[in-house]
Design a protein around this ligand. Structure first.
Ligand SMILES: *Cc1c(COP(=O)(O)O)cnc(C)c1O
Length: 396
């Protein structure tokens, strides 16, 4: 085959410039190839690392019941779903998981999605369009921003958790619908959204509220029903609730919970739901096993809360200033990307995996170690990490 002269060379040149710019700003990203050794230990080549950078908050990702459910379902139903849900990919396991999630979350209906990213695109694009407005917290997850962009609605953002600014934004005259969107627990800061205040403002101004509780469901609230339930809010107060199966559930996939009418709207209008292959039914079976552990294993949440309390106390004793978070996300803000990368590298030499989180995931100048805790961690492991952090900061 004859290559068109130069076309490739131009692209390569441009790509090299892009890569050089990223490197110069310490924003280059690389993937680490890991294999799992146990719930909190990973192997990178011949390094054995204690993982403080995962979202398997309840330590369920390698639970034997989930593994067995996945294997059994694959044996009986195969692997791929073979089509999108509306064509021929929707199976009994999906239907049962939707029903059980709806019962767990105390909502009328649930729609399973292939990922939380796609679930958030689905919500924004099927509830709003040109002429409407989406108002988001400035620290909302990237998928919520992308959903708003794709919806063609006007996107307004208020400073983190600032209900006064949100109120002014809602008061400004508008013609179309208004959708207020927030993380329930913020993914990079670990703090909880003022969901009761958001819901009250939405009610006053006739706006709709969607909460993405990717880091809350399974972890906080009664029986792990999340930050909306923790605030005592009902389906009327928070009509759109999304969550992921990839974090506390230790599985994969995501869901949107709400009224039957909401789910009908999504099934009919959400392109990110309609035009993608349905999740493998065996994964739905594994997620059903996870849901049983999430709802029944109160001890996992109790141990996790004890770890969080211990971690915060032990960090304070060592003079380490954490952000104000009561969730398993315990960030230590360093500031510059370069410094954060160096600290992360020093910790890795000591046997800890704590990935540096840099812009654009977090605002410029707030690069951080996003330390995450799991119910599979032991107290002594937290102490060892904190000793290593304190030591590395001193000699940094
Ligand atoms: C992780 C995350 C998502 C994406 O969920 P996936 O299932 O991983 O695609 C969405 N929203 C928030 C707040 C998240 O942290």
């Amino acid at each position: 085959m004859v290559e068109p002269a130069n076309a490739d060379g131009d692209l390569n040149q441009w790509l090299a410039q892009q890569a050089a710019q990223r490197q110069a700003r310490f924003l280059e990203r690389r993937r680490l190839t890991l294999s799992v050794s146990d719930a909190v230990t990973v192997r990178a080549g011949d390094e054995l690392l204690l993982n403080f950078s995962g979202n398997d908050y309840l330590g369920l990702a390698s639970h034997p019941e989930m593994i067995a459910a996945l294997k059994d379902a694959a044996d009986s139903h195969g692997v791929g779903s073979g089509a999108s849900a509306l064509v021929s990919g929707f199976r009994k396991q999906h239907q049962l998981l939707e029903k059980e999630l709806a019962e767990f979350l105390q909502r009328d209906k649930v729609l399973l999605c292939s990922s939380g990213y796609l679930a958030n695109l689905a919500v924004a694009t099927s509830l709003t369009t040109r002429g409407d407005v989406i108002i988001q917290d400035k620290l909302c997850h990237a998928s919520l921003i992308d959903g708003a962009r794709l919806s063609r609605a006007k996107l307004l953002r208020y400073p983190h958790a600032d209900l006064d600014v949100l109120q002014r934004q809602l008061e400004k005259s508008r013609t179309g619908n208004a959708l207020v969107v927030s993380d329930g627990v913020f993914s990079m800061d670990g703090d909880t959204a003022p969901v009761a205040g958001l819901s009250a403002l939405c009610r006053q101004h006739g706006a709709w509220l969607a909460v993405d509780d990717a880091h809350g469901i399974g972890i906080c609230g009664p029986a792990g029903r999340g930050s909306v339930a923790a605030a005592g809010l009902s389906a009327t107060q928070v009509p759109v609730l999304t969550g992921t199966l990839g974090k506390a559930f230790g599985c994969f996939g995501a869901f949107i919970a709400g009224s039957g009418a909401l789910i009908d709207q999504l099934v009919n209008e959400a392109r990110s739901y309609i035009y993608t292959t349905a999740m493998p039914p065996a994964l739905a079976a594994a997620a059903r096993a996870a849901l049983r552990r999430v709802s029944e294993d109160e001890w996992r949440r109790e141990h996790l809360q004890a770890l969080i309390g211990h971690f915060r106390e032990a960090a304070a004793q060592r003079g380490l200033a954490l952000m104000d978070s009561q969730s398993p996300i315990q960030p230590l803000v360093i500031g510059k990307s370069q410094d954060t990368l160096e600290l992360s590298a020093r910790l890795r030499k000591k046997g800890f995996l704590v990935v540096a989180i840099r812009p654009p995931t977090v605002p410029e100048g707030t690069s951080r170690l996003r330390i995450t805790l799991s119910a599979a961690h032991r107290f002594s492991q937290l102490d060892k990490l904190l000793d290593a952090v304190a030591e590395s900061c001193k000699h940094g």
